[in-house]
Each structure stands twice: as structure tokens, then as C-alpha cells.
Design a protein around this ligand. Structure first.
Ligand SMILES: Nc1nc2c(ncn2[C@@H]2O[C@H](COP(=O)(O)OP(=O)(O)OP(=O)(O)O)[C@@H](O)[C@H]2O)c(=O)[nH]1
Length: 689
């Protein structure tokens, strides 16, 4: 029975993840191994197959001086070139004379704990005269690949060509460490794994970590029995020997069974790395027969992968640069096309929504600002958006974007309409710390049919969990419908949304500032009007009138422009107030001012000088013209009937500017003329002397 109980399955997976693959206590038979103390003075362990390579048994070797087995010269070279850091291998070619024959070995040396480990592989293999030209061709093909797809196709073809394996494939890891086969080259008679997914448990974490230490894993003969170390444990400290950095590490039983179930007898895997992200994927070559893989060939495949991975990163960087250009263009359009004063958020989202949807491969947008939700495309209803924003305020960082590609990952998303808005990318719009705003992008559900290379739940085949290290048997394709996920958000999209949100924040701030400015301008206008206008009659106040008289005096001084001033006062106004009340008196003042304004030219100005006293500033008016105007005004007022009060008269004093005049002197002359008019019976005009 396969373990269908999730907890059993988890236990089994955990046990597999703990398998100590780095300390197998054995090597593959394709080479031999010895371990020495740090000073290379004593041999401590040797692989049981030592005799096949060096013509001495492990027991004989361990009982003798290392110099006798390895030679003084090699030991000196190892001592000189070995890095101090642990698990950093160095490769040397060692020539030795054994049983009267010259033998050449690839020696891989590294420090492992307190020990120095030396691994030996016989140097034979491809004629470099054929290998190098083939390599040259493949390298130039790789360097010329224009797309990631073409590059990986070339890599698998090159790997198969050089190694002779029946299948070469590249798997790319997804964020959950499941591997998806993205490129494959195979013999016709082999089933294709292209687009198949291999569950993450096929390459457990401790195996993935080994690729950080050593990017190449070569298994020339998977079914071959491992060769134990003699003695099994270190004789001095009883520690198992960590073989992570070497090339001969024995294949773990679970991996042997796995390869067997897959019909693979020889394998070569090379890590494909991303500078920023670490392990990106693997190149995996599989052979149906055991196949010796000479070190030179292994090096050649590693070189191909290294060139391919650099090219892959370059192509990715170019793709990212193209995306960033699109983001910049989008931001520029936002800035250029938006006249800040006309910015309404609903318009903003409507105008740019289509652009943004394409940029983020999204189905909907919402701009959440001050409790309002401006949406475009397929976005959730306001109620859901409000809950979402509340959750974001509590949980999301204020200086980074926030995303998920499945609502199951986040409880706040529980209300999201599945299917339609499955993925969310949210960025804070930093305008107002009191009222958080967000720019939200939604992605629709991406229903995928995944082809698994074997059903992932049945990882452990037909075995009981009591034997959890047994690998799965099934590599037959199994279809899984993956629901409840959107396409994942790329890192560059997560960054781009922050840039866009910044631009929106600038626009919103500008809008806020414009609003404040408009309010400020209006307030200023009101203040200015209050500062220059008489609040009762609406005509100029004394301050404004004084200012204007001063201006006219200046013009008169400079150009000799004539200017006259009419100062008038309502006759017996006290009696009006007393008889009809102050309120009625006010209405007389208002009506009188309106009547006077109606009689004036556009170049004449009326101002209230104080109480029931007014001034008319008659610009461009010589004394006679001013007199005429004054008389007309007097008659006009005298002819009026003020509601509830009846007729009212005014007494007017007229004075004209003369050279060297001051404002005070001019007004004083007008005042005295008006006083004379009062004295001479009121309701009359007097000209100043
Ligand atoms: N209703 C009202 N009355 C005002 C206002 N400003 C001044 N007055 C009144 O105007 C009157 C002016 O009175 P007086 O200076 O004695 O002069 P008068 O009664 O007009 O007499 P003559 O100027 O000599 O013709 C006072 O009763 C003031 O209270 C105002 O804004 N509204």
C-alpha cells in the first residue's frame, strides 16, 4: 500500500530528506580514494578497490608511509595547492609509475574535517583532438542562442552529443523545488519527459545542497556495488568522512533504486546556477547502459553548462531590461499625459488601466485611496477590496510590494472571487501616512494541466512507510489539474509595481497640493477682497481708495494726467438712523452706493471713506468735468426714493490734483469744500479753492 495518509507521507519524506548522502562510507568503483591527516604524514582510510589502481591492498597502504604509495612529488604538489577552506576541491593530473607502467590519474583533493581526501580516476577517454573542435562548435552555438529556449535546446543537444547518453534534459526548479523539464534531447525509442514535472522530493534538500559544494555529479555505473572504505570509520576520531566535494561519492541506495526504476544505468547531472537566486535547475544526462565518463568529458560538459548559464542570465537580464523599458514608458505616459489639475482618480485608472494590465499580465486593477476603490478590468467588489486593504494595512510591509499567486496562501484573501482574481500584487501608494493607499493588481486563475513524471502522492511506490527510503516506482505520466493559482508574479514585476505606485503617489500628492493651492488661492482672494472692500456696500474701502489716490497722484506728477476727487456725505443721516433705525440706515448706504456706481464711468472709482462719507475718484477729469459729475450724482441721489425712508440728499466737495500735491492735502481740500456745501444749506456741490 502506498502511504496515502498525509502525516505518514510527510514522515517518509522527512526520512528521505535526512538520508546522509554526503557520508556514504563508500565510493563508486570508477575510482579509488585515500584519506590522510592534515599534514599528509599518515594514511588513515582507503577504498577497498585500491589494489586495482595502485597494486597494493588498503591494509598494505595504510601500514606504509604515504610517500611510498603516492610519491613525494605528488604530496608536495597537493600540499602546495590545497586551499585551507574545507570542501574546496583542487584537481591535479598525477603521473605514477605502477608495476613498471606509467599511469596517469586525475586526482581530486580536498579537505574534509580534519582530513585530506584524495580521489583518483584513471585518465583515459576522448581524444582531445576530437573533443576540442566539437566543444568549440557547441560553445559557439550556445553563444549565438537568441532565446532561453534555443539556448537550452542547444545545451541538451551538446551534452548528449559529447557524453553519448541516450537522454539529456534540463529541469528548471519552481519556487516549491518541483522540477519541470524545459528542454530535452533523447533517442527516439525513449519516452519523452519534456514538460513533465518531477516532485521536489525526488531531489531532497540535502542533495540540492551538494550541488552548492560540487556542481557536477557523475554516476558512470549506477547499479554497481559501492566500494567501502577501509576501515569504515576514521581510525583516529571515528568520524565518517564527508565526501560532498568529491566526484566518487557512492550512490545512495535510494538513488540507485530510483535510477533503476527509471531504467537509467549511468547519469551525469550538472547544476545550473543563477548568480542571484542560487540553484536554478539541472542538466541531467541519462544512459541506459553503464558508461564510463572520463574526467575530461565531465569538465567539458561543466564548461558547456557554465557558458550556457552565463548566456541564460544574460538573456534574462536583456528580457528584464526590455521589461524595465516598458515600465519606464508607462511611467512617462503617466507623467506626460496627465494634466495634474484634471486628475480624477477614476479617469487616471480608466486612461491607463489597459496599459497597466498588459504590463503586469493582470486581469484587474484597483486603486484604493481614502476609502474609495477605483477599478479597471476584473476586480473584486468594494466590500472585498475594503477587507483586503484592511489586511494589507495590518500585514503588508510599507516599503515593499506584497504578492501571492494563490488566495489559499493568505487568509485575508478568503473573500476573493476564486477563478477571476486568484493572484494579487499589491504596492503601497505612499501619500498619506494616516490613510494608507494601495495599488492592487489581480491575476485570473491559471488552470494548468501538469504532467507529473509519476504521481507525486505515490512517492514511495508500493512499499510500506516502514521502509521510507524506498523511492517511487512510477515515472508514467500522471495528469494533475492545478487550480486555485494564478501565474506567479516575477521579481521584476514586484519591483515595477513599486515604481508605478510611486508615480501614482506623486500624482496623488500633486492632486492634493493642487487642491490645497486652489483652497489657498480662494482664501487669499477672499482675504484680499475683504482687505480692499467695504463689507456693507461692496465698494472699495478707505484703504483701497487711499492706495488708488496715491497711484493717480503719481501718474499726475509724472504725466500731468488730470484727476479730481469728489467727497460726499449724506445730509442729516443721523436723523435717518434715529427715525427709521440703524438697519434702514444701512440699506440707504447700500442703495446709494449702488446708485452712484451706476452713474460712474469705468475709469471712476467709488469708495466708502467712513460712516456715511464716500469718495469718487474721477481719473482723467479736470475740475469742470468733476463738478459736472458731482452735480449729476447729487441730482441722481436727490431724485431717488429709498424704500421705507424716502428721499435723501448729499453734499459734495470737489477738489482736483495739482502739481506737488499730497493725498492728504487733496482730501483736506475736498473735505473743506464739502463742509462749505453743508454750511451753505446741504444738497449742493462746492468746488475747492
Ligand atoms: N446706519 C448707519 N449709520 C451710520 C453708519 N456710519 C455712520 N452712521 C451714522 O451717520 C450719522 C452721521 O451723523 P452726523 O455726523 O451727526 O451727521 P449728519 O446727521 O449726517 O448731519 P450732516 O452731515 O451735518 O448733514 C451718525 O448717526 C452715524 O451713526 C453706518 O454704517 N450705518
Amino acid at each position: 500500500m502506498a502511504p496515502t495518509d498525509p502525516s505518514e507521507l510527510a514522515r517518509a519524506q522527512e526520512a528521505c530528506a535526512r538520508e546522509p548522502v554526503h557520508i556514504p562510507g563508500a565510493v563508486q568503483p570508477s575510482g579509488c580514494l585515500v584519506s590522510l591527516d592534515q599534514r599528509l604524514r599518515r594514511l588513515l582510510q582507503a577504498s577497498a578497490n585500491l589494489h586495482r589502481f595502485f597494486g597494493v591492498t588498503p591494509e598494505q597502504a595504510l601500514a606504509s608511509d604515504p610517500k611510498a604509495l603516492l610519491g613525494r612529488h605528488l604530496l608536495r604538489r597537493i600540499s602546495a595547492s590545497l586551499p585551507q577552506a574545507p570542501l574546496q576541491p583542487v584537481s591535479l593530473v598525477a603521473g605514477m609509475r605502477l608495476r613498471g607502467r606509467n599511469r596517469r590519474f586525475r586526482t581530486t583533493a580536498y579537505r574534509s574535517g580534519e582530513r585530506v581526501v584524495l580521489e583518483f580516476e584513471a585518465l583515459s577517454g576522448p581524444d582531445t583532438q576530437t573533443l576540442f573542435p566539437a566543444m568549440g562548435d557547441w560553445l559557439s552555438h550556445l553563444a549565438g542562442a537568441r532565446t532561453a529556449g534555443a539556448l537550452l535546446e542547444t545545451l541538451v543537444a551538446a551534452a548528449r552529443d559529447l557524453t553519448g547518453h541516450e537522454r539529456a534534459m534540463v529541469y528548471q526548479f519552481d519556487p516549491d523545488w518541483h522540477g519541470c523539464v524545459v528542454a530535452e534531447s533523447r533517442c527516439e525509442h525513449m519516452d519523452s519527459y519534456l514538460s513533465h514535472h518531477f516532485p521536489a522530493s525526488d531531489i531532497p534538500p540535502q542533495v540540492r545542497q551538494l550541488y552548492d559544494v560540487n556542481p557536477v555529479r557523475s554516476i558512470p555505473d549506477a547499479p554497481a556495488a559501492p566500494v567501502p572504505l577501509v576501515p569504515t570509520e576514521d581510525p583516529l576520531d571515528q568520524h565518517p568522512l564527508d565526501l560532498s566535494a568529491g566526484v566518487l561519492r557512492a550512490v545512495s541506495p535510494i538513488h540507485q533504486a530510483y535510477l533503476h526504476n527509471m531504467g537509467v544505468k549511468s547519469a551525469l547531472s550538472v547544476a545550473i546556477r543563477d548568480d542571484a537566486e542560487g540553484l536554478w535547475g539541472l542538466l541531467a544526462c541519462h544512459g541506459q547502459e553503464a558508461r564510463s565518463l572520463p574526467p575530461t568529458l565531465r569538465d567539458a560538459v561543466l564548461a558547456l553548462v557554465q557558458v550556457a548559464q552565463s548566456r541564460l542570465m544574460l538573456l534574462n537580464a536583456q528580457r528584464n531590461a526590455r521589461y524595465q523599458r516598458r515600465v519606464r514608458a508607462c511611467r512617462a505616459r503617466l507623467v506626460l499625459e496627465r494634466r495634474p489639475r484634471a486628475t480624477r482618480l477614476s479617469e487616471l485608472v480608466a486612461d491607463h488601466g489597459a496599459d497597466w494590465l498588459t504590463l503586469f499580465r493582470a486581469c484587474g486593477i484597483a486603486l484604493a485611496y481614502r476609502g474609495q476603490y477605483h477599478t479597471f478590468g476584473t476586480a473584486p467588489p468594494d466590500r472585498t477590496l475594503a477587507a483586503l486593504v484592511q489586511g494589507l494595512v495590518r500585514l503588508a510591509p510599507r516599503d515593499a510590494s506584497w504578492s501571492w499567486h494563490s488566495p489559499d496562501d493568505w487568509p485575508v484573501a478568503a473573500e476573493l472571487p476564486r477563478g477571476r482574481c486568484c493572484g494579487l500584487l499589491a504596492a503601497p501608494v505612499l501619500v498619506d501616512s494616516e490613510q494608507p493607499a494601495f495599488l492592487l493588481f489581480f491575476r485570473a486563475e491559471n488552470v494548468q494541466t501538469r504532467l507529473w513524471a509519476g504521481r507525486p502522492e505515490a512517492l514511495w511506490g508500493a512499499e510500506k512507510v516502514a521502509a521510507p527510503l524506498t523511492p517511487r516506482h512510477s515515472f508514467a505520466a500522471w495528469r494533475e489539474e492545478v487550480r486555485g493559482h494564478s501565474a506567479p508574479w516575477r521579481d521584476i514585476e514586484r519591483e515595477a509595481v513599486l515604481d508605478l505606485a510611486d508615480e501614482v503617489a506623486v500624482l496623488l500628492s500633486r492632486k492634493e497640493i493642487d487642491l490645497l493651492n486652489a483652497q489657498l488661492t480662494e482664501a487669499n482672494r477672499r482675504l484680499k477682497r475683504q482687505a480692499t472692500t467695504d463689507s456693507l456696500t461692496g465698494v472699495w474701502n478707505r484703504y483701497r481708495m487711499q492706495e488708488q489716490i496715491e497711484l493717480e497722484r503719481g501718474a499726475h506728477e509724472r504725466y500731468g494726467t488730470p484727476c479730481s476727487l469728489l467727497l460726499f456725505d449724506i445730509d442729516h443721516f443721523k436723523a435717518v438712523n434715529d427715525q427709521y433705525g440703524h438697519e434702514a440706515g444701512d440699506q440707504v448706504l447700500v442703495a446709494l452706493a449702488r446708485a452712484v456706481v451706476g452713474e460712474l464711468r469705468a475709469t471712476d472709482f467709488l469708495g466708502r471713506w467712513g460712516g456715511e462719507e464716500f469718495i469718487v475718484l474721477a481719473t482723467n477729469s479736470a475740475p469742470e468735468e468733476a463738478w459736472t459729475l458731482a452735480e449729476r450724482l447729487r441730482q441722481c441721489i436727490a431724485g431717488l426714493r429709498f424704500p421705507g425712508v424716502g428721499p435723501v440728499t448729499i453734499s459734495v466737495g470737489v477738489a482736483s490734483l495739482s502739481r506737488g500735491d499730497t493725498v492728504d492735502r487733496l482730501i483736506d481740500r475736498a473735505d473743506r469744500a464739502m463742509y462749505r456745501a453743508k454750511q451753505r444749506g446741504r444738497n449742493r456741490v462746492e468746488q475747492a479753492e
